[in-house]
Design a protein around this ligand. Sequence first.
Ligand SMILES: [Zn+2]
Ligand SMILES: [Zn+2]
Length: 83
Amino acid sequence: MKGGQCLNSDEDLCCPVCHDIFKDPVMLSCSHSVCKVCLQSWWTENPNRECPVCKRRHLKRQLPPNLVLKNLCESFLLDKLLQ
Ligand SMILES: [Zn+2]
Ligand SMILES: [Zn+2]
């Protein structure tokens, strides 16, 4: 984990845990999104299944992938690559 400020201009594409562009984002029941791997390691330390942003508990069993966000991140990274 890097920590600190997001290195990218678009805050909306930043994971609140690793402060990097989302990688396989999943959506919590509070509608916050976190990378799947970040959430899993967060929940290992916080077994209450809280959201890392607002601390609300995620009560559903399922973690739906946030495909819209995933696509946004992919096109953002592609854009950066092509510049
Ligand atoms: Zn992350
Ligand atoms: Zn939340």
